[in-house]
Write a protein that binds this ligand. Structure first.
Ligand SMILES: NC(=O)c1ccc[n+]([C@@H]2O[C@H](COP(=O)([O-])OP(=O)(O)OC[C@H]3O[C@@H](n4cnc5c(N)ncnc54)[C@H](OP(=O)(O)O)[C@@H]3O)[C@@H](O)[C@H]2O)c1
Length: 264
């Protein structure tokens, strides 16, 4: 068990499937106390039951990330159950892709509300608590689409560019309060999300094989959580196989730097 993760209280939005789910399972397996939020409560219940069956600690709450009070209630669940908040992972997101000239304004608004405002609500909720306790770690899930724009992805990319901008602002402002920030930019990952993606080739890659499911290699994250050192000078040569999220320790100087990551 990794002592740096054990008993850390980690809140994760969008934990009912995909990257959020596997992150929750993985961190729980390392001894973290996880608090899972999403709209599909029955899925959260099933995941939490499995974590508990393996002697993990997990709590759940129904959360619509577009509602600030829901996000606040999720964090309250963590504080009530475990007495504190160490890590906030703002992961909930969706990706309905279309060309701008299709003017799917409702989809644009949903992406802005969940991918962008959801992250802001997570920060707004976690930051005052972490400031009071003089420490914490906020992790925002962006995307390689936040580094490059492709046809049909303009609005999704815009939300992820914005998440990166906000994360950078957070890094600049919050380091003084011992609050670490990390941005994770996954490449194409086989989850529920890519149903739309496959039609348009999101994130610069096609669909992955079933064996790649849930494999996410995250390089260079902040230092509150750590699984195994995957760093090798300068290049992304460590490719975890499956079901692994690596949050890597880095020197204080590098904490909060942007991360580009990919799957094998
Ligand atoms: N898959 C990829 O290729 C990829 C690449 C780069 C970045 N990402 C990012 O990774 C994050 C997770 O995506 P994923 O691939 O794991 O997709 P996923 O399997 O579809 O998971 C999305 C999660 O977000 C939750 N969610 C959606 N709308 C929500 C809302 N209004 N309130 C609360 N939760 C909501 C969903 O739960 P409920 O439906 O139960 O609410 C689900 O748990 C997203 O931010 C996505 O943009 C994914």
């Amino acid at each position: 068990m990794n002592q740096n993760v054990a008993e850390k209280v980690v809140v994760i939005t969008g934990a009912s499937s995909g990257i959020g789910e596997i992150t929750a399972r993985h961190l729980a397996s390392l001894g973290a106390h996880v608090v899972l939020g999403a709209r599909r409560l029955e899925r959260l219940e099933a995941i939490a039951s499995e974590i508990r069956a393996q002697r993990g600690r997990a709590e759940i709450a129904a959360v619509d990330a577009t509602k600030r009070q829901d996000v606040e209630a999720l964090v309250r669940t963590a504080e009530t159950a475990f007495g504190r908040l160490d890590v906030m992972i703002n992961n909930a997101g969706l990706m309905p892709l279309s060309r701008l000239d299709q003017t799917k304004v409702d989809d644009w608004e949903r992406m802005i509300d969940i991918n962008l405002k959801g992250v802001l609500y997570g920060i707004a909720t976690a930051l005052p608590i972490m400031r009071r306790h003089n420490g914490g770690h906020i992790i925002n899930i962006a995307s390689t689409a936040g580094l490059r724009v492709r046809p049909t992805m303009a609005v999704y990319s815009a939300t992820k560019f914005a998440v990166r901008a906000i994360s950078e602002g957070l890094r600049q402002e919050a380091t003084a309060y011992n609050i670490r920030s990390t941005i994770i930019s996954p490449g194409p990952t086989e989850t529920d999300l890519p149903r739309q993606r496959h039609r348009s080739g999101c994130c610069g890659g096609g669909p992955r094989t079933a064996s790649d499911r849930h494999a996410v290699s995250v390089r260079g994250a902040g230092d509150s959580l750590r699984d195994q050192p995957a760093r090798r000078s300068g290049r992304e040569r460590d490719r975890p196989s499956t079901n692994r999220v690596v949050l890597e320790r880095r020197s204080r100087k590098q904490i909060g730097s942007w991360i580009r990551c990919s799957i094998p």
